[in-house]
Structure formats: structure tokens, C-alpha cells
Design a protein around this ligand. Structure first.
Ligand code: CA
Ligand code: CA
Length: 432
């Protein structure tokens, strides 16, 4: 069961990555259209304001991670010969929450001009000279990618030309130039799920947006295995998205920064980044020491607690999930309990974790040392998969069903289970 869940989730990653409808399959056979499963590169890659990722090459584009090519001007009307933008050098989506008027707008670069779009329409006053909007940024760019504060020092845009990276600070309108000779020359660049990718030919290399260093795996990798759906590549063809009725999760939590994670098998998905599509990744990608799945996960005071068997791993969520020194520790040592943990949750701004083992729920005060069980109840369930507490209350997950309670106390003391509800698209991105 666990294996099949993992496989399904991996396939789900690609299947769900394109929320937009895929054009008719007939277009796939149109020989006049380029095929991104051939060994090709892209001129530019960028999400639009809805989070759909567009891949540009010549006068064509691909919408999302699957589906055939189409003429760019079907999606962006003015990308045509009249406006002399039959192709683009580079493109990015602006991240600038301080300026609503700029935030999420798309910028295209051609030669020494910049074109700005919102809602897929060219905006008044554009094109402009690049220097008007981005003083100090050179023309004839290779690639561009946004870099929000927290990932870069300040809200920035990285402009690539050759091995030079021009880091443009949006607020101060200043440029710092770095040379990253170790990176391939990027023909396009993409920020996706908080990671940064330099695309070159049909390959890509992940890099750190501040240091430029390449880490987190062996690069380059073939883009066809990750960013598009191609026969004989990646997770295999022919899969459709996971049905909501097949969902079975191991754990679910939301951290203090509002990042929501669901865990199943050895994979996790971020639920709050749905605008960029839902994607499954190995848990060990962030929580390096946890290679064999989790039983329960909860978040408390900037830390994320991952429980597997009798081990508790505590990670500092604010420091890119670094394992806190001295961990893992045993359940007994950390929480003063024993047994197999099915689920755990902490409600927002509370210091009590509720731990569910079989039909028992225990409240443990996390502000006390050593930890002590303050209350214990018998649950109306003999086994649950996962539980999440939010401002709206508690959801208890059993397979593809969930039960909603207003508070821990109603969960602990009500003798009759509420009406079962079905895990749905809005919740998990699955197919109903
Ligand atoms: Ca380019
Ligand atoms: Ca569980």
C-alpha cells in the first residue's frame, strides 16, 4: 500500500502540474509544431499571474508542464511580427508585493526592449527601453528570473547574460554584477517552488540564487524528466491524475510561516503553493535524516516535529529545516509517551500537542520540561491516518475521508463521529 501510494503521488506530481486544460491531442500530431520532447532548449520560461508556467521557443510556447506547442500570440496577442516580438530573449514574473501595480506582472525582453503584460495583454506605454524600467541592466539578455526577499537579500530580479548575473534590486533600482563561470550559460531561468533553475539546451541545473552554487543533487539533469511529460522520460506516460478517492496520507501540518505539507510514503507535497501546481518530492529533500517516511508531523514554535516509529526529529523551520542538535530522540525522552503515533497536531498559537495513538488521544504541554501528559481521552476511532488543526478547527483524515471537529475538546469528548466528508480537489488537488 505504501509503495503504491508513493508511485501514485509521483505520477500525481506531473499529472497535476498543469491545472489548465490540455489542448486536443490532435495538435500533438501536427508536424509543423515543435515538440518539446525533442532535444530542444527554451528561449524563456516564466509563470503567468495565475501560476501557469509558460515555456517559450521561437514563435511558439508551451502552456504548463504538458500538452503540445501553440503559437505564442494565441496566448499573448501582441507576440507577433507587427510588434517585432516573434521571439523573446528572456522573461520573468515580477514579485513585488509592496507595489500592487507591478506585482505578478510579466516582463518579456527582446533585444534592448522590455514588454510588460498583465492578464496576457500588453500594457500601455510598452515596449520601453530596458534601461527605462531597469537602469543598469544590459540588452540582449539570455535569461531572467525573479527572486523574492528571503531567498535573495531583497526583492530582486536576476538577469543572465553569458556568465554574468546582474542582480537588480527592485526597491533601490541598483544592480550588482556577479560572474558565475561554474554555471552553464543559461538560455532561460525559472524559479519554481522556491528553487532556482538555469536551463541550457534540454538540460537544467539548480543553483543557489545568492551564491550561485550548484547543490541538492547531480546536475545537469534532463528537463524532460522533470519539467514536461515525455514518452520514456520521468515518471512514465499515460498516467492521469490521482483520484481523490485513492488518497491516503501519513501526516499533514502547517508551519508558522503558513507552509502546508502533506506526507505520504517517502514523499511530501506543499499544499499552499497550488498556484505553481502540486508536486511530490522525496521527504529527504528537506528533512535529510528522514528517509523512510513519517508516522505523524506537527509544527510548534518555528520547529517541525517529524515522528517515525519511536524517534522524534525536530527541525528548525526558519533555518531551512536543519535538524536540531541532539535529535532524533525517542518518543519517551521527548514527549514522555510510548507506542505507535498515528497522528499529531498543535492548534495555532497553542502550546499543547495532541498525540493520537490508536484509539487514544493525549494532550502534552510543550511549554513544560520535562513534557507531561496533561489529559487523556478515548477516541471514537480505532485508527486515524493524520490530523490537522487550523483556525477553522480540526480535520481528522482516514483514507480519502475526513471528519471535521470544532476543537480538540469536541474531538476528544464527542461520542458520535460527525458526517464523513470526502477529500476534495480544493484540499489536495486530486481528481474528483
Ligand atoms: Ca533566452
Ligand atoms: Ca499517520
Amino acid at each position: 500500500m505504501e509503495l503504491s501510494t508513493t508511485t501514485l503521488l509521483l505520477c500525481l506530481a506531473l499529472a497535476l502540474s498543469n491545472a489548465a486544460p490540455v489542448p486536443g491531442d490532435a495538435a500533438v500530431d501536427d508536424a509543423s509544431l515543435p515538440d518539446r520532447c525533442d532535444e530542444i532548449g527554451f528561449d524563456a520560461i516564466t509563470p503567468d499571474e495565475n501560476g501557469t508556467t509558460f515555456f517559450f521557443r521561437g514563435s511558439h510556447l508551451w502552456k504548463g508542464f504538458r500538452g503540445p506547442a501553440q503559437l505564442s500570440n494565441e496566448s499573448f496577442q501582441q507576440l507577433d511580427d507587427i510588434h517585432n516580438i516573434g521571439h523573446v530573449d528572456a522573461a520573468f514574473r515580477m514579485h513585488n508585493i509592496k507595489h500592487e501595480g507591478d506585482h505578478d506582472h510579466m516582463y518579456f525582453f527582446v533585444d534592448d526592449k522590455v514588454f510588460r503584460y498583465y492578464g496576457h495583454a500588453l500594457e500601455n506605454g510598452y515596449p520601453k527601453d530596458i534601461q527605462q524600467d531597469f537602469p543598469g541592466v544590459p540588452s540582449h539578455l539570455d535569461a531572467a528570473v525573479e527572486c523574492p526577499k528571503g531567498e535573495c537579500m531583497a526583492d530582486s530580479v536576476l538577469f543572465f547574460k553569458g556568465h554574468d548575473v546582474h542582480v537588480y534590486d527592485i526597491a533601490t533600482k541598483t544592480v550588482k554584477t556577479k560572474t558565475w563561470s561554474h554555471l552553464p550559460v543559461c538560455t532561460s531561468a525559472l524559479r519554481w517552488l522556491e528553487h532556482y533553475y538555469c536551463f541550457h539546451g534540454n538540460n537544467f541545473t539548480r543553483f543557489h540564487p545568492v551564491l550561485g552554487q550548484v547543490s541538492g543533487g547531480v546536475y545537469p539533469k534532463d528537463a524532460r524528466d522533470y519539467f514536461m511529460k515525455c514518452p520514456n522520460h520521468g515518471h512514465g506516460g499515460g498516467h492521469t491524475s490521482l483520484n481523490c478517492s485513492d488518497i491516503k496520507i501519513d501526516a499533514i501540518t502547517t508551519d508558522d510561516a503558513g507552509k502546508s505539507y502533506v506526507f505520504a510514503g517517502t514523499n511530501y507535497m506543499r499544499l499552499d503553493t497550488r498556484r505553481e501546481g502540486l508536486h511530490a518530492f522525496p521527504i529527504a529533500r528537506w528533512w535529510k535524516e528522514v528517509t523512510n517516511g513519517v508516522d505523524a508531523v506537527f509544527s510548534y514554535s518555528d520547529n517541525m516535529y517529524l515522528i517515525k516509529d519511536d524517534q522524534v526529529y525536530i527541525y528548525n523551520a526558519a533555518a531551512q529545516y536543519t535538524l536540531i542538535e541532539g535529535y532524533p530522540k525517542t518518543l519517551k525522552e521527548e514527549l514522555g509517551i510510548e507506542g505507535h503515533v498515528d497522528a499529531a497536531f498543535v492548534c495555532p498559537s497553542h502550546a499543547t500537542v495532541h498525540i493520537i495513538t490508536g484509539g487514544t488521544i493525549r494532550a502534552i504541554d510543550l511549554s513544560a520540561t520535562p513534557r507531561v501528559v496533561t489529559q487523556e481521552w478515548t477516541l471514537p476511532f480505532s485508527h486515524i491516518d493524520a490530523a490537522l488543526c487550523s483556525a477553522e478547527g480540526i480535520n481528522v483524515f482516514i483514507g480519502a475521508t475526513y471528519y471535521h471537529y470544532e476543537s480538540p475538546i469536541t474531538l476528544a469528548t464527542s461520542r458520535i463521529a460527525p458526517e464523513p466528508q470526502h477529500v476534495n480537489t480544493a484540499m489536495m488537488g486530486c481528481k474528483e
